[in-house]
Design a protein around this ligand. Structure first.
Ligand code: ADP
Length: 162
């Protein structure tokens, strides 16, 4: 069975991300979550915070065998380093497919040994994005339906609540 890398921004991790890892965990020998460090983006949570949040979210879901690390570099390079041959990503509504296809085509040019595998989002998470979670939080809304408890608490703290 193959090893899969699940890369993303995860700013913050949502229930959609955790669900994807849980389902990927059944398909692959190992799943490694890779929190992307993008120096051109100004994230709400630092890379170290996103790593910690994803770890805590997985713990909350009872997952103990998924590694979470941060990475500033090419996805194909972190795949090679951890011995992964699969990039696992999720497909929601709208533009995900087109965006994913161009990423996958470029990754294949960079390393033909790495395949992209997509899982369809569960229906209840189809419209769920980290961007909308950040926006709702900024406006004081309740995001507990969309993110693990640890993430909801971290968002409250970040937004100046308790
Ligand atoms: P990126 O900036 O790399 O798109 P994201 O953190 O937004 O990072 O998403 C990481 C991966 O998780 C992507 O493959 C995305 O399609 C998937 N994903 C995000 N939200 C959901 C969701 N609600 N359901 C299923 N997959 C999702």
């Amino acid at each position: 069975m193959a090893i899969a890398v699940h890369p993303g921004s995860f700013d913050p991790p949502t229930k959609g991300h955790v669900d994807l890892v849980l389902r990927g965990r059944k398909l692959f020998e190992r799943v490694v979550v890779v929190v992307g460090v993008n120096s051109r983006k100004q994230p709400l949570f630092s890379a170290a915070e996103r790593v910690e949040l994803f770890r805590a979210a997985l713990e909350e879901a009872g997952v103990t065998d998924v590694e979470v690390l941060s990475w500033e570099g090419l996805t194909v390079e972190i795949c090679r380093r951890v011995g992964a041959t699969v990039v696992l990503r999720g497909l929601r509504q709208g533009g995900d497919f087109e965006a994913e296809q161009s990423i996958a085509l470029m990754n294949r040019r960079l390393d033909p040994g790495i395949e992209a595998v997509y899982l369809n989002s569960r229906e209840e998470y189809l419209g769920l994005t980290s961007t909308s979670v950040r926006e709702i939080s900024r406006m004081g809304g309740d995001v507990s339906a969309f993110v693990p408890t640890v993430v909801a608490s971290a968002l409250r703290r970040k937004m100046g609540g308790s």
